[in-house]
Design a protein around this ligand. Sequence first.
Ligand code: NAD
Length: 489
Amino acid sequence: MSEPLSYDLWIDGAWRPSTGDARLEILNPVSGDVVHTVPNATADDVDAAVAAARAAGAGAWRDDAVLRSEVLFAMSRLLVERAPQLAELDSADSGRLPHQAVGQIKNIARWYRYFGGLTDKIHGETIPIESPTMFTYTLREPLGVIAAITAWNAPLLLAGLKLAPALAAGNTVVLKPSEFSSASTLELAKLFTEAGAPAGVVNVVTGDGAGTGAALVAHTDVAHVTFTGSVEGGRRVAAAAGQHLKGVTLELGGKSPNIVFDDADLDAVTVGVLAGILTLSGQSCIGGSRVLVQRGVYEEVIARLKARVDSIVVGSADEPDAEVGPIANAPQFERVKHLAAGAERDGARLVSGGRPADREGCFFLPTIFADVSNDSEIAREEVFGPVMAVMPFDTEEEALAIANDTSFGLASGVWTNDLSRAHRMARGIQAGSVYINNYRGLGPHVPFGGYKNSGVGRENGIEALHDFTQVKGVWLETSPSTVDSLRRS
Ligand code: NAD
């Protein structure tokens, strides 16, 4: 075992030790070895990071759209170039399979490119009003210092979804990655310096949620909090932000329905449904964890899913054949085991998996439960693991009712060759994303976010850029009045 990497904080364009002594150990989920240690940043550290971001926001960054564009384009190139090294860090602390980690990091380059192209297209409007001499227009301005708080399942993707639009709009950022996976985010921040960003534009404070995260959310100089994590975490963050009257963007959990009609192409269904839930070992917010199948093809779809699931190679980052990796950390592994154990008790039929793999480490077998009741725990709780709950339906109306009978509303899938039905379902499903005859699409240009408990606000697309700006109305009188309106006529 090699020595754990020991990180400091990234503040004002340089490594800076914490003002406190507390450190967090980050463990590999297969060996249990400590792979990285990071500071559990104090309120004073948070204060220093916010001060650096605030100072950087008062400089050229805010007004120089060309500089912002150049930095974001450079980041896009650097991410592609350094993807293997960054991916290694995620493999070490989360067990990420290298080919999947590298692919995702290269993909994130698109976000920096897309938003880098928008820095000089952020503009207000002129608004004609009843007075011909009044010139009325809006200015779209950055919010200031953004607190960005991320989950552990895809650190650089989640950071990119926040950084690229926030920076494009002229804000500066203090990032707090998950205490389970911080190293790649620290290295990402360092890359910004190489990309030409002024010191303080991107800062990273590591630490736990209750201490470091809460101090960041409560900081009076933070203008807006963008958060990706659990519903419970989102509630805490929104409540604290509400106390300080700052805005929030929340990307939370899901229990997304993937709906298969009996006219669908079942070859495409099999690969789409499995990729929909098993990518990242099911540790994906948009995972299609409820698989609704029309009665006519119900047993056939289950048989096809089982045939492929039983052949899947579960393995670790250093096993080249591995298709599904480990669960990223021990607490999450315990949660997956606990929820899966309850499914049969609640009447589900175990088709495949249902238990940890017979080997050391946090490995859980890809799992199919059939005949699941939508009222049972396995259908209502987000597992965030490689577990699908399959349930039958008869009619389109019934499918829609089951799909929407959830507290979440992040994503959904519809598999059908009937175009009219596809459109009806797209309109009827209460979720931020609807995938028709595909699953898992995510791009910088298409708005993404949650209905109901899955979130507040939108990431990606022009919507994300606008979420990181505020609008000012300007009234310019070209022919000032000399009438004293206070005097009685
Ligand atoms: P979590 O809520 O436990 O933690 C998320 C982040 O919030 C961490 O950095 C944590 O330290 C911080 N945090 C926790 N409490 C805080 C507080 N009071 N103040 C400030 N920060 C605080 O979530 P997790 O276990 O890391 O992530 C898994 C969850 O994330 C799942 O529910 C998953 O669905 C969700 N997720 C959502 C999306 C999306 O885009 N919708 C994407 C990925 C993950």
